[in-house]
Design a protein around this ligand. Sequence first.
Ligand code: ATP
Length: 377
Amino acid sequence: MSLSASAFTELELRNVGRRFGGRDALVDLNLTIRAGEFIALLGPSGCGKSTALNCLAGLLPLTHGEILIDGKRVDTLPSEKRDFGMVFQNYALFPHLTVEKNIAFGLQMRNLSKAEITRRVAEGLALVKLEEHAKKLPGQLSGGQQQRVAIARAVVLEPRLVLMDEPLSNLDAKLRLEMRTEIRRLHQSLGLTTVYVTHDQEEALSLADRLVVLREGRVQQVGTPEELHNNPNNWHVADFMGYRNLIDLTVESISGDTARVGGAGLDLTAKLVQSASVGDTVRVAIRPSDLLVLREGESAGGRNTIEAQVTVVEYQGREFAVGATTTSGQNLFVHAESAPVPGSMVTLAVEPSRVLVYASNLDAMSNEQRELAEVRG
Ligand code: ATP
């Protein structure tokens, strides 16, 4: 395959911001993207993901900041001069042009030779496995096939950067999974650099080398899927990363980065992610898959235990999603390998290192940030 992306070493967003009518949609986005990386911008609706992508694409002027490629400003260039490829949620294909003509369109705009265009269109069709559909109109294709055309159309231009805005959100669950693999395969095989917007944490975790979690226009955390999955740095990120049990408890004692927290029928040894003092109300985050139902006679080992009554059991393929309630009425989300009986009492176990303690105030600093601030004086 000879299609490949033009090289750069680093793309840098420096204090990038965008306001709409006096309201901040994106504030101080700082990010360095290395060539070949797959970056996901992740966050709930309205958090500024599309604004960030559109600023990168040149579809929206910046209100603050700069964008540089290998030290040279690109935010001053019009969109078409940036040499980026875009793939949108709604495909944005020309309905009256065949698949091959849609793919050829951008190449024709670049005044490439006929032979070169024919070669690249054939490669693009092969890449997304649509050779048989070359002469069809978009309306004769499924959603997944249309999105493949949109992807081929972007990558045949050999863009420096591929920008994708929720490209899979119009597809059904099965197609979404297939296309996810397809996008990752293309990214790797063509050596692309990709920025991908999604509100689906699972999609972001499975696709990206690094994730950028946004909330209300501000970056909450940047990290690898593993870092974000295991160590969210505030409760909001934890919430977004699937820590469905978010419970406000009181700190009873502290020893190093371990705390004893209690309330709501719980008394747990936990890991302090953000600083807290004895007596503080803190927000404790536990992922359902870290909360296990102990089998009859099974020892908890060094784990915390919680007595709870099973309220609901939902079959989810290989495991069960279980709802349980503590003696004080606190609802818990639990995963179980075998189905407990609704109404029965169970003992749940969770490792202290998987009970994460956050300040309930979002602006609080993490322990790491606090140490850094102390070092800096
Ligand atoms: P979604 O997942 O729903 O697309 P998003 O995270 O991509 O959301 P943005 O579209 O970037 O969010 O919007 C961020 C904020 O900026 C929102 O509060 C939105 O209402 C506002 N906004 C976006 N575009 C405009 C616009 N053209 N004019 C005014 N406000 C806008």
